[in-house]
Design a protein around this ligand. Structure first.
Ligand code: SF4
Ligand code: SF4
Ligand code: SF4
Length: 279
């Protein structure tokens, strides 16, 4: 590989790392809290390592980032620091008017971040998908169902649950949020694994149930980072579609392409293309 090619491959992870470092330093200084410097530096570095490995075609690159970030968020932030990063944690911090923890996490990873990196969160960081991706059905074995409405029901239920706690002026909210995090995660894993086996699709939970996609899908519609197809190179062999875990019509460059807001930027399609038509 030529030196210029190597440098080109380093640019994307370097820009991503700088972006996270900018967030880390800004939050550290504005909130006078060293935790933010550590937190966003760790996440940015983990993601940059994953993307760098991906650029150099290491087979398990995405899994490395997913495990580094997902385990950190689940074990350290969730279980040790008692931060509820689930959707109910987001409502909770939003209602208390505190721009901390879950609200910052949602703003960066799930609401404004997707305008730049689409559903990168779903491909490289989510601790639910970190487990689901270990299951045997990496590529869906059945046609997609029209069950996407379930995500809106779960979204509304989470909102109603936290609103009811606030209206009832329940005591020990922090403890309730911690238990909600534990129970919610266990339920997500059980439902996700059962659905994956029932529908022969590891990402069935992401497609039909996950309430976070109510934010992720519309924001990632405008994503700067997206798979593009060079139509002059494409021979319509269909190999790319056969490996996509999210049923995306990636050969169509339109924003409205089929399941376009489902892309998790795993780059399996680009690896499968014999003509290097996808970038
Ligand atoms: S759709 Fe939900 S569960 Fe799936 S990867 Fe994204 S955030 Fe995680
Ligand atoms: S295979 Fe391609 S289109 Fe499908 S999710 Fe991965 S990157 Fe996106
Ligand atoms: S794999 Fe490549 S050549 Fe084949 S349809 Fe997809 S983009 Fe076109």
């Amino acid at each position: 590989m030529k030196k210029t090619e190597k440098i080109k491959k380093i640019i994307l992870p370097a820009v991503l790392w700088l972006l996270f470092e900018g967030i880390a330093v800004t939050l550290w200084l504005t909130k006078q809290n060293l935790f933010y410097l550590f937190n966003f530096t760790y996440i940015g570095t983990s993601l940059a390592i994953g993307i760098l490995l991906l650029q150099f075609r290491y087979r398990h690159a995405r899994r490395v980032a997913q495990l580094l970030v997902g385990t950190y968020m689940l074990v350290y932030l969730g279980l040790i620091c008692h931060e509820n990063m689930q959707i109910e944690g987001f409502w909770y911090y939003l209602f208390t008017g505190v721009f901390e923890a879950a609200t910052i996490h949602y703003a960066v990873a799930k609401i404004f971040g997707p305008l730049v990196f689409g559903r990168g969160w779903c491909g490289y960081a989510c601790w639910t998908a970190m487990i689901l991706d270990l299951l045997p059905y990496k590529v869906p074995q059945q046609p997609r169902k029209k069950w996407g409405f379930i995500r809106y029901i779960v979204f509304v239920l989470s909102f109603v649950f936290v609103s009811a706690l606030f209206l009832a002026r329940v005591n020990h909210m922090e403890q309730i949020m911690f238990w909600a995090f534990l129970i919610g995660n266990v339920l997500y894993y059980i439902v996700g694994i059962v659905l994956a086996f029932a529908l022969k699709d590891n990402r069935a939970f992401c497609k039909y149930i996950c309430p976070v996609t109510v934010f992720l899908k519309p924001m990632s519609y405008f994503s700067l980072l997206r798979i593009r197809c060079d139509e002059s190179k494409c021979i319509s062999c269909g190999k790319c579609k056969k490996v996509c875990p999210m049923n995306v019509d990636m050969t169509d460059n339109a924003r409205k392409r089929g399941n376009g807001t489902e892309c998790i930027l795993c780059y399996e399609c680009t690896k499968a293309c014999p003509k290097e038509a996808l970038k």
